[in-house]
Design a protein around this ligand. Structure first.
Ligand SMILES: *Cc1c(COP(=O)(O)O)cnc(C)c1O
Length: 461
């Protein structure tokens, strides 16, 4: 296959893609398959001889789409969305065509400078102060790890980087039990240890209690630990919990601790001013992560980390061996020094396309619809006698359950085998519950109203 063939097949792929998206409502959202269904159709070894693209294409059409879970399906209400706006897909195709590696400014000036511009556009769109800078990671997990590594080094007065952690004091991190498991992973990978991630008590509204945070920090200091930082949650994954950002940051900063806020899902909603009260006080955070690849429409992968001062993170993650130097240029940003990996994709291009093709107004209209439709669906389900709403809508996420865990789990299995909609589960306060999140880029009110319809029908079977 050469570049002329690529031209031909790209056009075929574009036609296939358009038909795929137009036909999504006719497909089961989750592939109705058992494990091994795909691997059993693949040869055990790579071919020795080149195969014609026609044969590869035919196998793709025959094996792959029917074995996918369709994340762009308008009736995908599981997990959180991974929205790919059409404009974002187009930008990804162009980034793929250039296939650049943007580790340094000079390895792709446009990748660096568009990324800087998009961080500025997004900070403005979310109502953050103009002095936030930031960078784009592959995932919120990596952004949170970067923030935690920086907390570690700040607490160790930058000794861990060279000496390692052996012989260092035992560090502590603080988060509520509503924060995502990526915080636990960061504690593990950073060498702080999961046992040193203190899960601070929450109040009835599932927000971290500022007084409990202050108490945990001071008890740890008395016991000889070294507190390193606080991770707050703005839109938890399980049921959408929000910490009281202003109060908790005030406690952390009074103790001299940096704060990272995980808004991976809910951050996108902050383009709507009416939701910003949920993270009031955010302007004091040291680091914030949000995933435009979830709700905003800049497709996976695209996780934005805002930083009040990039200095400590660059000091933690940045290395500049001679083969990565740019002679005579001190006035540039080399984004690899802000992140864990060296190599980086041109992720900012899809933000540029998405923000321009829909405008903030178009994106706000979608998010406002999702929030309104989630409230509407929640009320329809609430009116069904068998159903209890377990957590009220947090933005566009709520949970419900039947009278027993077994009944709830059996209903969920029936829903997902049916395939018209896709929902997922979590545990909340010891109970098995079904999550409903509304957020797919192309979903309509009618798609959302399929949720109570399917639930009511399958509860009777
Ligand atoms: C999805 C999610 C994450 C993890 O996101 P990745 O980008 O997949 O690492 C972290 N925190 C919250 C609150 C999330 O919803």
């Amino acid at each position: 296959m050469d570049h002329e063939d690529l031209r031909h097949w790209s056009k075929r792929a574009a036609d296939w893609a358009a038909e795929y998206h137009a036909g999504l409502r006719d497909r089961a959202v989750r592939a109705p398959l058992l494990p091994g269904a795909v691997s059993s159709q693949l040869p055990a070894a790579a071919p020795e001889a080149a195969e014609p693209m026609e044969a590869i294409w035919d196998d793709f059409v025959r094996i792959i789409p029917g074995a996918m879970t369709h994340w762009q399906h308008p009736r995908f209400f599981a997990y959180f969305p991974a929205n790919a706006s059409p404009a974002s897909m187009l930008a990804e195709q162009l980034a793929n065509a250039m296939a650049a590696q943007g580790m340094l400014w000079q390895t792709s000036p446009a990748a660096t400078e568009v990324e800087q511009a998009m961080i500025g556009w997004l900070a403005g769109a979310l109502g953050l102060p103009g002095d936030f800078t930031g960078t784009i990671h592959d995932s919120a997990t990596t952004a949170t790890l970067s923030a935690v590594l920086t907390m570690r080094e700040k607490a160790l007065d930058w000794q861990g980087l060279a000496q390692g952690l052996s012989g260092q004091p035992r560090l502590r991190l603080y988060a509520s039990a509503e924060t995502h498991s990526s915080v636990d992973k960061a504690a593990r990978v950073a060498g702080i240890g999961q046992d040193n991630l203190v899960k601070v008590a929450t109040d009835a509204g599932l927000s971290m209690k500022p007084g409990a945070l202050a108490g945990a920090i001071s008890a740890d200091r008395d016991a000889g630990f070294v507190p390193a930082g606080v991770i707050l949650c703005a839109g938890g994954t399980s049921v959408g919990a929000f910490d009281r950002i202003a109060d908790c940051i005030a406690v952390a900063h009074a103790e001299g601790l940096p704060v990272h806020v995980d808004a991976a899902w809910a951050g996108s909603a902050m383009i709507c001013p009416e939701f910003r009260h949920l993270w009031a006080g955010i302007e004091a955070a040291d680091s914030i992560v949000f995933n435009p690849h979830k709700w905003l429409g800049a497709q996976f992968d695209c996780a934005v980390q805002f930083l009040r001062d990039p200095g400590p993170q660059v000091r933690t993650l940045g290395l500049r061996p001679s083969y990565l130097e740019t002679a005579g240029r001190e006035d540039i940003v080399n984004f690899n020094e802000w992140t864990v990996p060296l190599g980086r994709r041109f992720r900012a291009l899809k933000l540029w396309f998405t923000l321009r093709a829909y405008g903030l107004d178009g994106l706000r209209a979608r998010i406002r619809n999702h929030v309104a439709w989630a409230a509407e669906v929640c009320d329809v389900l609430r009116a069904m006698p068998e159903i209890t709403i377990i957590t009220e809508p947090s933005l566009s996420l709520f949970t419900f359950a039947l009278t027993s865990d077994a009944a709830t789990e059996a209903l969920l299995a029936r829903i997902n085998d049916d395939g018209r909609i896709y929902l997922t589960q979590t545990r909340h306060q010891g109970r098995s519950v079904i999550r409903v999140q509304v957020g797919q880029f192309d979903c309509t009110r009618e798609d959302v109203m399929a949720v109570p319809e399917v639930v009511a029908e399958l509860m009777q079977t």
